[in-house]
Every structure is written in structure tokens, then in C-alpha cells.
Design a protein around this ligand. Structure first.
Ligand code: XIL
Length: 554
């Protein structure tokens, strides 16, 4: 397999070298499909394929064949497709995708062997002994079918085995077999194809959080027990309204340090429909960031997009009011997100030399002793890469201080000092990294705080969020008084329907929606101006975008 794929890369490299000689460099580069650029970077770029348009639509088939060098079956290899009733295997859909991939020199990632969804009810009702046997037989038959087929190189052996708090999901697998089903599944897959790369796959694990840490610990412990886990998949079903997980690359890197391959397995970036140019631009930035994170981590094998055209995407059916998550629109036109993926794979080359327009003068409101809200007239970006966001600075002579960043034309500044004059300005960034001129300055003065002896402030930062939860880390507690304190009490409010699912570095109690966090035994002593931190994680209703607020410190 490795011989085969490296000769494939060599052929592509040769094509690239010839193209450099035979064609004007810029046009050859710009028009090359995604897979050409990906291969020259040693990565795959893939798409999940659905069997029906693959057999019925020429446009779908052509793009699938020419743009990608890796494919995943969106549904055709799941248990309900391959073994709908016990012992009755049906590989028609799976074979159609594998044959297509073979014809087009693409690798197939097998998805998925053991999952709690799309598994027939006959499996779910089995006794423990019968269920373990059925699982091993299923893996042996499905993996075994493609074991000698060089196109199928890897498998998602288990999928989504954790919940968002980082506990093992109480699926029928876990409830019937206990945790051991995971190791058993990997061993069965290894026995069925000793050469296939075996992966564990999950969602909401892109950033460093309770769930990704649980997978990290499980993979580490399984490998210590010689359970054959070779790879970790990060689904990456992202949404622009929840922010980009800024520690994505760092997270990939910590898994790489365990010695496993990592891969982005199901990338899509949904928006609240309808589309507009600003949302498209933000979405493009997310795609670019994901591709760049994978490019920056040697152990990252590549990126699979969960479909490629908005015409066939699982998003609108699963997340009401959301969609347009992919890189081609419903009519197979390339979107800004396509350009972002293309340009990132092509080596960060950009066709956008134009910075965004200068933001309007910010206007300050809701000024307290430690916070203020700013809004300004939005910038526009005409260079093609789209507006990515704004940086808000405090003017302070030689080195201005970055107070915060926003993807919209407003921000709420926290952690400000009491009775202090601030002069602030905003500048805009586009997806290519071009920066606008600075806006004009706005001046405001914070109110007097309870800054006498014993006063303190608390500022919470949302580090990472997903559809139904978020992590606030750090909450920075600062002694703003003039003498040392030996303890602190922070209160904050959770929006209706939000519940605390974990906390660290504080003793936390909850009453209604009010959370009270007191210092732990080891972090209550703060000298004047000294700070300490704690953190917590919250579950919220699906689709809710609110976060905790109203931090007070005493
Ligand atoms: C989705 C498919 O895209 C849909 O067509 C199907 O109805 C449900 O499953 N995580 C996974 C994928 O691992 O298998 C899911 O795919 C999306 C979430």
C-alpha cells in the first residue's frame, strides 16, 4: 500500500514538474484541482460520497473524481447498510464507492464499524455474549472483504464512544458489554486486516476540552496495552456561530505525540441560513484554518470534507435553520470556502492582496469599572478572501495592547481597570491575513470600582464551544485592592437551560442559575495585582449560542 501511494505521489509530482515547464506557472497552479496540491504537500484531501448522486449525476461524479484523492462512504459502509439482518451482508453501496475510488486513484477510509447510530435493532437486542460475537463477526466480514484491496487503507473502528463531558457514552454497546467492547473491536479489525490503519473517531474534539482529553487518555492507555489503535479522527462538524477552536492545531499535535496518525474526517462548517458574503467569508476562514492546522502537523494525514456540494449535505436535516456548510453550492459552483481550501493546500499562496476597508470609529457604551461595550461600522473586503475579523487595541505609545478580537462589528471588553481612561481603535483582518488601517480613536473612562483593600475582579473567557456546550477557561481572578487577600468568591449566571457539567481549580456550588465559585485550598492567597485562574464546563440546549455572564468577585 505504501509503495502504491508513494508512486502515486511521484506521478503527481512529475505532472506538477511538467506543468511548471509547459504552462505559465500561475495559471497551471491556480487551475490545478485540490488533490494535486494536497498530494504535493503529502496529504490527502477527501470527500464523503453518497451512492445515489454518485450513480445518477455526472457533475457530482466529475467533481468527486477530479478534486479529491480520498473518499469516505457517507452511509454505505455503516452497519445498517452492510448487515441489515444478522448474517445477511450487502456490499452493493460499499463496493460502488470502492470501485469508483479505485478507478480514480483514490484511497478509501472505511466508516464505520462500531457505532450507536445506524445500527439495526437486531444488534441492539442481543445478549452480551451474542452481541460480542456479532460485533466480531461484523468486523471480520466487512474489513475482511477489503483486506486485500489496496484502495481501502483505513477504518473508523469505533465512532463517538464518549459524551461531551468526557464520560464513555452509555450506548447499547457500553450498557451491554462494558468498556471492553472498544479494545475487542480494535483487535478484531487488526485480525481481519493487519495492514489497515485503525482509527477512533469523534466530534466536538477539535479543541482541547473534557471530551478530547478523554479520548487522549483512552488512546494512550489502549496503546500501552498493545491494543492496535493507529489513528484518531476529528470529525470537525463546525459552525461559524460557535467560533473556531483556536487550539485545534495544538490539540492535533498532542495526539501526534502519542504516536498516532491524526486526520480530519468529516469537515463541514455550517452557517445559519441564508448565506451572505460575510458568512461565506467567515466560513472560508474556518476551512482555511483547518487545512492549515493539518498541514502544520506532520502526523496529520489529510482532511475529508463531509460531502462537497450543499445540494447533498446532512446539515439542514440535522440542524434546523442551518446549512450551506460545504465548498460547492447546490448548483456545483465553487464557494469562497473552496478557494480557501485550494489556496491553503497550494501553499498559502493567495490571490487577495487587498486589505479590508478601515472600520468606523468605535463607540463605547455600558461602561462599568471593569468592562465596556464597543460597536463600529463594519469593514468590507473586496480582495476575495473575505473579512475574517477585527482586533481591538488600546493605544499606549510604543506597543499597543490587544484588548480583544471579534468576528462581528462589536465586542464587549472585560478585565479593564477601574477609573482609567482608555483610548482604543479597531482594525480589520481578511482571510488572507491582510490588515486594514487603524480606525479613529475612541476615548472612554471606566467608573470607580470597589478597588479598596480586598477588592477583586473576575473575567471569564470562552475557550471552546460547540452545539450544546462550552468551556470557560480561564476565569481570571485578580486582586485589584491594595492589600493581600486570603480568599475570593466569584459568582456568575448561567442562561436558562444551561447546566454546569464540570469545574476545576475552585470549589463550586450551584443554586438555580447562579454559580458560586470559591477559591480552592491552594489558590486563595493573592497579593495586590496578582491573579489566579479557574475553569468550568457547561451543557446547554442544542443550538443555543448563549454563554455564562455577570461575573462578580468579592
Ligand atoms: C450522517 C450522514 O451524513 C447522514 O446522511 C445520515 O443520515 C446520518 O449520519 N457523525 C458521523 C457520520 O460519524 O457518520 C454522520 O453522518 C454525521 C455525524
Amino acid at each position: 500500500m505504501s509503495v502504491r501511494s508513494s508512486s502515486f505521489v511521484r506521478v503527481l509530482t512529475l505532472v506538477g514538474v511538467l506543468a511548471t515547464f509547459l504552462l505559465p506557472a500561475t495559471s497551471a497552479d491556480a487551475s490545478a484541482p485540490l488533490r494535486t496540491h494536497a498530494a504535493s504537500r503529502g496529504k490527502f484531501i477527501g470527500a464523503a460520497l453518497a451512492t445515489s448522486p454518485l450513480s445518477n449525476e455526472t457533475s457530482y461524479r466529475n467533481i468527486a473524481a477530479t478534486e479529491f484523492n480520498q473518499v469516505t462512504a457517507e452511509n454505505a459502509m455503516k452497519w445498517d447498510s452492510t448487515e441489515p439482518s444478522q448474517g445477511q451482508f450487502n456490499f452493493s453501496g460499499a463496493d460502488a464507492i470502492v470501485n469508483f475510488a479505485t478507478q480514480n486513484n483514490q484511497q478509501v477510509h472505511g466508516h464505520t464499524l462500531v457505532w450507536h447510530n445506524q445500527t439495526p435493532s437486531w444488534v441492539q437486542g442481543l445478549s452480551a455474549t451474542a452481541m460480542r460475537t456479532a460485533m466480531q463477526n461484523h468486523i471480520s466480514q466487512v474489513v475482511g472483504r477489503y483486506a486485500s484491496n489496496a484502495t481501502v487503507v483505513s477504518w473508523d473502528v469505533v465512532n463517538e464512544v464518549f459524551d461531551d463531558s468526557g464520560n464513555l457514552r452509555t450506548s447499547f454497546w457500553y450498557n451491554t458489554l462494558g468498556q471492553s467492547y472498544i479494545a475487542d473491536a480494535f483487535r478484531a479489525a487488526r485480525a481481519a486486516d493487519p495492514d489497515a490503519r485503525l482509527c477512533i473517531n469523534d466530534y466536538n474534539t477539535e479543541g482541547i476540552n473534557a471530551k478530547s482529553t478523554a479520548i487522549y487518555n483512552l488512546v494512550s492507555s489502549l496503546r500501552q496495552q498493545n491494543v492496535p489503535v493507529d489513528c484518531v479522527g476529528f470529525q470537525s462538524h463546525l459552525a461559524i456561530q460557535y467560533g473556531f477552536p483556536g487550539d485545534f492545531q495544538q490539540n492535533l499535535q498532542r495526539f501526534a505525540a502519542l504516536g498516532v496518525q491524526v486526520r480530519i474526517t468529516e469537515l463541514d462548517v455550517r452557517i445559519q441560513t441564508p448565506r451572505d458574503a460575510t458568512k461565506d467569508a467567515t466560513q472560508a476562514t474556518y476551512y482555511r484554518n483547518v487545512v492549515n492546522a493539518c498541514l502544520a502537523v506532520t502526523a496529520c494525514a489529510g482532511v475529508t470534507i463531509w460531502g462537497f456540494t450543499d445540494k447533498y449535505s446532512w446539515v439542514p436535516d440535522t440542524f434546523p435553520g442551518q446549512g450551506a456548510a460545504l465548498i460547492y453550492d447546490e448548483s456545483y459552483a465553487q464557494k469562497p470556502s473552496y478557494t480557501a481550501v485550494h489556496d491553503a493546500l497550494a501553499g498559502g499562496t493567495t490571490t487577495d492582496p487587498t486589505p479590508p476597508t478601515t472600520p468606523g470609529t468605535p463607540s463605547a457604551s455600558s461602561i462599568t469599572s471593569s468592562s465596556a461595550a464597543l460597536t463600529w461600522t463594519a469593514s468590507t473586503d473586496s480582495g476575495g478572501s473575505g473579512l475574517a475579523g477585527y482586533d481591538v487595541y488600546r493605544e499606549q505609545g510604543a506597543t499597543d495592547q490587544l484588548l480583544g478580537q471579534s468576528t462581528t462589528n462589536s465586542i464587549s471588553l472585560t478585565g479593564l481597570s477601574a477609573s482609567t481612561q482608555y483610548q482604543v481603535y479597531v482594525r480589520a483582518r481578511d482571510g488572507a491575513g491582510n490588515v486594514s488601517a487603524n480606525s479613529a480613536l475612541a476615548t472612554f473612562t471606566t467608573t470607580a470600582g470597589g478597588g479598596g483593600p480586598g477588592g477583586c475582579t473576575a473575567v471569564g473567557t470562552v475557550q471552546n464551544q460547540w452545539n450544546n456546550g462550552y468551556v470557560v477557561q480561564p476565569v481570571t481572578v485578580t486582586n485589584t485592592g491594595t492589600s493581600a487577600i486570603t480568599g475570593w468568591t466569584v459568582t456568575l449566571t448561567l442562561p436558562a437551560g444551561h447546566t454546569l457539567s464540570g469545574s476545576w481549580n475552585a470549589v463550586v456550588t450551584v443554586s438555580g442559575q447562579t454559580v458560586t465559585a470559591r477559591n480552592a485550598s491552594y489558590n486563595g492567597n493573592l497579593a495586590p495585582n496578582a491573579s489566579t485562574t479557574f475553569g468550568f464546563q457547561v451543557s446547554r440546549p442544542n443550538g443555543n449560542t448563549q454563554t455564562a455572564s455577570g461575573y462578580t468577585c468579592a
